[in-house]
Design a binder for this molecule. Structure first.
Ligand SMILES: C[S@@+](CC[C@H](N)C(=O)[O-])C[C@H]1O[C@@H](n2cnc3c(N)ncnc32)[C@H](O)[C@@H]1O
Length: 259
């Protein structure tokens, strides 16, 4: 997979190639990250990339010409990539979108700054607009890195265990189950007995039951959207019953009712 990022701050992307899962994926050649600075595509001595907005008002707008030239150079270097502009007005990305994005051979990510990018550039040279959430950040660099990290960990071979990504929250439309590690007993409590039993079928059942309960209690919208199989419904109802009996006073009533 190949990412080409058009950014005024290429240095910040070193974090991705230097650390953790994404760093290892770069080192192993699973992903290539190329950085392009629009200032390198300017013609004036001040390397100007922004100007005042027509119609007045605060802030600056990123100019068409340097971005057009940068996109043309990237398209020549990565002809199979699509161009995505990170924008709070774009399609809201979720895990399913990250899975889709990971199927493409490459992406050109355009990180905006200031008030954003001249609309004509978006209309003529951008294939998609992506948002990472309903809030506004100062630039597209963090959103681009969020997308890159979420996508890189989905690439085959990026994680230590290939199944890990499949078991994460949202992959199956549910939140992940709780996790525990050694020691068995801490001042905060004991690990659930089933996880120590060595009974793999019982452990898988417990994990699914916990994932269902958690999702119903924290994100009932996910379950309503996804639906439940007969077996899942029975597991969730049993888990709810047990949770209500164990903590009759806890939790908002609506999330304790049955799906
Ligand atoms: C200050 S923002 C511009 C916001 C723009 N004036 C608006 O209200 O839609 C500057 C840049 O940050 C990036 N950005 C900010 N919030 C974002 C979000 N939620 N998702 C993706 N990119 C975002 C975009 O690249 C944008 O061009």
């Amino acid at each position: 997979m190949r990412f080409d990022v058009i950014t005024l701050f290429p240095e910040v992307f070193r974090i991705l190639s230097a650390y953790g899962v994404s760093g290892r994926a770069v080192a192993r050649g699973l992903v290539e990250i190329h950085l392009w600075n629009p200032r390198d595509f300017t013609q004036d001595p001040h390397r100007t990339v922004d100007d005042r907005p027509y119609g007045g008002g605060p802030g600056m707008v990123m100019k068409v010409e340097p971005l057009r030239a940068a996109i043309a150079a990237v398209r020549a270097a990565a002809p199979h990539s699509r161009v995505a502009y990170l924008s709070p007005q774009g399609r809201l990305l979720d895990q399913a979108a990250m899975v889709e994005i990971a199927q493409q051979p490459g992406w050109v990510l355009l990180a905006g700054r200031y008030e954003g990018v001249d609309e004509r550039l978006i209309e003529h040279h951008v294939d998609e607009e992506w948002s990472i959430g309903d809030y506004v950040l100062s630039g597209g660099e963090l959103p681009a890195m969020v997308v890159m990290d979420a996508v890189i960990r989905l690439l085959p071979g990026a994680l230590g265990h290939d199944q890990s990504a499949q078991l994460d929250s949202y992959m199956d439309g549910l939140l992940d189950c709780p996790h525990y590690t050694r020691p068995e007993e801490t001042a905060e409590g004991r690990v659930p007995e089933v996880l120590l039993s060595g009974d793999h079928a019982a452990i898988a059942r417990w994990r699914l039951r916990q994932a269902l309960l958690r999702t119903w209690q924290r994100r009932p919208d996910l379950i309503k959207r996804r639906g439940l199989s007969e077996r899942e419904r029975a597991l969730l109802e049993a888990a709810l019953e047990a949770s209500i009996q164990a903590h009759p006073e806890e939790g908002p009533v609506e999330y304790r009712s049955k799906p």
